[in-house]
Each structure stands twice: as structure tokens, then as C-alpha cells.
Design a protein around this ligand. Structure first.
Ligand code: DUC
Ligand code: ZN
Ligand code: ZN
Length: 470
């Protein structure tokens, strides 16, 4: 057998195994694992490198309508480019239904933004904001069959939040259709109450964003989301968990046998609310929701990973430019933290941060790193085994990793549409040196070599029902 490419001399790592092995690739697929594989058109030398499944980031936001004159810093071209620089080969952004819009209309527009603009492969989650009878009874079931097999619901934000009744109705459809339901768990009324009170007292600086959404706001909503899902008997994923109390709500649910999964993100391991407390408006760079907490919360999120309460580690890349009236420095006259768009960039730094802070510092092992950064995303969101592993028959989606390379994070390494990284100056050990998507090299040692026509849209299977949650 001959190959298009052989990756030779590296150490292959999957969620289950670590072994020295060459990887033979033909027509975009892995077709052989072994030694002395024979001739190939191209040989990639992987000596002293780890050969990892390309990262799958199941929580990113590109080109999402943000209202109030705010524009997201990344569309598909720059967002997927940044993803590729960070060792990712598949990303899952959200197609947001605006109020009054059908899901099909939202999807038609979102596909038009993605077509021909993707450096890596993409699949879409839906965000349901208007769960009408038509949406729940007709559209959603048909769309799940068409491969849009996951949706996100919000418990907060004007125009996005669903009532408990609407959450239950939407959860019922997720149960009937087998779709995976992701929940943003924060208590809307509590945030509105605290925000109004802070503003009345003149407390409007970015740091008060964190004060307006303290841990009980997230803990209560997490508990409520779990309780509602229990009533309906549907699996859920609590996304962007930031602290111990929310993590322990999830753990308790899992111990009771409920199919509740959790996700945490780099900002909850690396940032604290002190980052929001900076001169002038600089703290706005770190405004995201839920907000970063404190060192004890960071430790709790590590525990959540170590004890597998969390199944996935995602970036929640939600980029806004800082020095821009369409970004963090919100339009003139809007001086309160209330107007600062919620979200920070991170699709390119997710894997280096988890590797350096997790694997190199001995908090998690290499196989768990692969599970949290790729395999579990593929399993939970219906892409496995085509994506998320290194096996014969899987797509040749690979991140070649230099485990010893020391890098100081700088925004110029990120290649996104934002104008800053929250991790500027962070020293990491371990860096992706080559990213390959379906057999084609996309980024080679810090240089973009792929085109934005290469990435493809992926319809997905339903997540396996009743299966053990990874
Ligand atoms: N939720 C997200 O998932 N991302 C950014 C902002 C938010 O509230
Ligand atoms: Zn959210
Ligand atoms: Zn998000």
C-alpha cells in the first residue's frame, strides 16, 4: 500500500493509549498505523513530537449577532485560522436564532457566512431563543434528523433567556429527538437586581461585572437546570462552569445517576476577578460570563477535571476587540459594565494552556489531555470515531505537538480578529508545531499553508443514548 503522507517517528497519543508508531494517510483518512509502512509521497518527521488527534473545540462563537452596535471580532475565516494555529482541526460555533426568526432562516444565513471561509472543519450548535410551537414541534425535530444534533439554551440575557416553562418544553424536545442540550446557567433576575443596585450606587467599572454575577447566581441556576432536566429525564451539558459550588452540583447529580455533564474553560483556570480590576477600562478585556472567580475556584475547576466531573475543556472563544467602539469599549455614553460585551478570545490558547498547566505541571495525564481536548467532544457531539482519535478509518486530523517548546504567549501568535489576548505574556511549555486537517497540512511551524476553502461543514450523528458519559 502506498500513502499520500506518513508521519514518521513520533509518539501517538489517544484518550486511551500512548505508543510509538508511524501514521499512514491516504485520501484524507488514516489508513495504517505501524512501522515500516512503505512508500509515501510526503514524509513528516515526528521525532521527539507527540502525534495527537487535532483539537476539537465544541464551544466557540464566530460571527454571532451581538446587538447594541457590537460586532464579534471573528467570522469564520479568522476564527478557524486562529483555531488551526492552536492545534484545532474541528470547531463547533453556535448558530443563534434571533427572536421572530425560524431556525431554518438562521441556519441559511449562518451557512452562507461559513461557506468557503473555513480553515478547519466546522459543525453548528443551535441557540434556541424563541421556542414557539412551530420551532419545537416542527423545525427542531427535522433539524436534528438533518445533523444539527445539539442546542444551547440560556437562563439569562435579555432576548435570550428562556423561562422555566420554556426550558422544560425545549428539554422535552431534546429528549424526544435525542439532541444534546447545553445550558448557560445563571439566574437572570438575580443579575438584573444586582446590576441595577450596583449602578444606582455608582459602581459601574468593569470589575463590578463580577460583583453582579456572584457564585450563588451560577450555583442556583445550575441546580435548577439539573432539576428541570431530571423532571424531563434528559441528558444535559452545563457549559462554562467557573467554581466549586456549581461543579459540586454537577457531581452530586452524577452521583445520583443523572446524565449531567460539565464543561470548564481556560479562563476559569487562569484568570480571577482581580483581572477585571485594572486602570481605566482595561478590565473590560476580561469580562466574560460567568466571570472568573478566585484561586480557590481555579483549584475547584482543576479538581472537576481530575475527578472527571467535567467531560470537556472548551475555549468559549467569544472574541470582541478591545480598542473599538464596536467591541469592549462599548458605544459612546454607555459607561457601565452592563454594556461591555461578554466574552473573551481563546481558541488558539486552549490547548497550550491545558497542556502546560495540566500535563507539564502534573495535574492531568497526557491521555486525559486528549480526552478533554478532542475525544470527549467528538463522542458527546456525534462526531466519533470519524473525529477525535487516531485510528484506522478516522479522518487524518492531527496536531503535531512539541512537548518541550517554551513559548511566551503574544497576540501576534494568535491570528484571530481580536486586538489582544487575555494571556499576553503567559509562559507555556508545549506548543502545536503542525496542524493537519483530513490529511492536508493547514499550519506548519507557525505559517499558514492551508486555504479557507479546505474546511468543511460536518452534519453530525445523535449522541449515543444511554451510553456512559465520557
Ligand atoms: N456565554 C457564552 O457561552 N459565551 C460568551 C458569553 C456567554 O454568556
Ligand atoms: Zn453561555
Ligand atoms: Zn460561549
Amino acid at each position: 500500500m502506498s500513502f499520500d503522507t506518513i508521519i514518521r517517528g513520533g509518539t501517538v497519543v489517544t484518550a486511551a493509549d500512548t505508543f510509538a508508531c508511524d501514521v499512514g494517510i491516504r485520501d484524507g483518512k488514516i489508513t495504517a498505523l505501524g512501522h515500516d509502512l512503505g512508500p509515501a509521497t510526503a514524509i513528516i518527521d515526528a521525532t521527539d513530537r507527540l502525534v495527537l488527534p487535532g483539537g476539537i473545540d465544541s464551544h466557540v462563537h464566530f460571527a454571532q449577532p451581538s446587538g447594541d452596535g457590537i460586532v464579534m471580532a471573528d467570522g469564520f475565516a479568522s476564527g478557524t485560522r486562529s483555531a488551526a494555529f492552536g492545534g484545532n482541526t474541528t470547531v463547533l460555533p453556535f448558530c443563534l436564532q434571533e427572536k421572530g426568526q425560524t431556525l431554518r432562516e438562521a441556519l441559511k444565513h449562518y451557512h452562507s457566512l461559513a461557506d468557503g471561509e473555513c480553515h478547519v472543519d466546522v459543525a453548528f450548535h443551535l441557540i434556541v431563543t424563541d421556542p414557539t410551537e412551530h420551532v419545537l414541534g416542527q423545525e427542531l425535530p427535522a433539524l436534528v434528523e438533518d445533523g444539527y444534533t445539539s442546542l444551547k439554551v440560556f437562563m439569562t440575557y435579555e432576548g435570550l433567556a428562556l423561562s422555566d416553562r420554556e426550558l422544560l418544553e425545549t428539554m422535552s424536545v431534546a429528549r424526544e429527538t435525542g439532541a444534546m442540550l447545553m445550558v448557560h446557567a445563571e439566574n437572570f433576575d438575580a443579575i438584573r437586581f444586582l446590576t441595577d443596585r450596583l449602578e444606582r450606587a455608582g459602581n459601574t467599572a468593569p470589575r463590578f461585572h463580577a460583583t453582579s454575577r456572584p457564585i450563588p447566581v451560577e450555583r442556583e441556576a445550575t441546580h435548577r437546570a439539573i432539576s428541570l432536566s431530571e423532571l424531563v429525564d434528559v441528558p444535559i451539558m452545563i457549559v462554562h462552569v467557573s467554581n466549586r459550588e456549581a461543579m459540586e452540583e454537577i457531581r452530586r447529580a452524577q452521583q445520583r445517576g443523572l446524565r449531567v455533564m460539565g464543561e470548564t474553560c481556560p479562563q476559569y483556570l487562569m484568570l480571577t476577578e482581580k483581572d477585571l480590576d485594572q486602570l481605566n477600562m482595561e478590565g473590560a478585556k476580561y469580562v466574560c460570563s460567568p466571570p472568573p472567580r478566585d484561586v480557590a475556584s481555579q483549584q475547584a475547576c482543576w479538581e472537576g477535571l481530575q475527578q472527571k466531573v467535567f467531560s470537556v475543556f472548551s475555549s468559549d472563544h467569544c472574541p470582541f476587540r478591545y480598542d473599538d467602539p464596536q467591541g469592549k469599549l462599548a458605544p459612546k455614553g454607555r459607561t457601565s459594565f452592563r454594556w461591555v460585551p461578554n466574552g473573551i478570545p481563546g481558541v488558539a490558547t486552549r490547548l497550550p494552556i491545558l497542556f502546560s498547566e495540566g500535563v507539564v505541571k502534573g495535574r492531568i495525564d497526557l491521555n486525559s489531555f486528549v480526552a478533554f481536548s478532542a475525544t470527549n467532544h467528538a463522542k458527546i457531539y456525534g462526531l466519533y470515531p470519524r473525529k477525535g482519535t487516531i485510528a484506522v478509518g478516522s479522518d487524518a486530523d492531527i496536531a503535531l505537538w512539541d512537548p518541550k517548546r517554551k513559548v511566551t504567549v503574544r497576540h501576534e501568535l494568535i491570528h484571530d480578529g481580536a486586538d489582544y489576548t487575555p494571556y499576553e505574556g503567559l509562559e507555556v511549555t508545549g506548543w502545536p508545531v503542525l496542524t493537519m486537517v483530513r490529511g492536508k497540512v493547514v499550519v506548519d511551524d507557525g505559517t499558514l499553508v492551508g486555504s479557507k476553502e479546505h474546511g468543511t461543514y460536518l452534519p453530525r450523528a445523535k449522541p449515543p443514548t444511554g451510553a456512559t458519559i465520557p
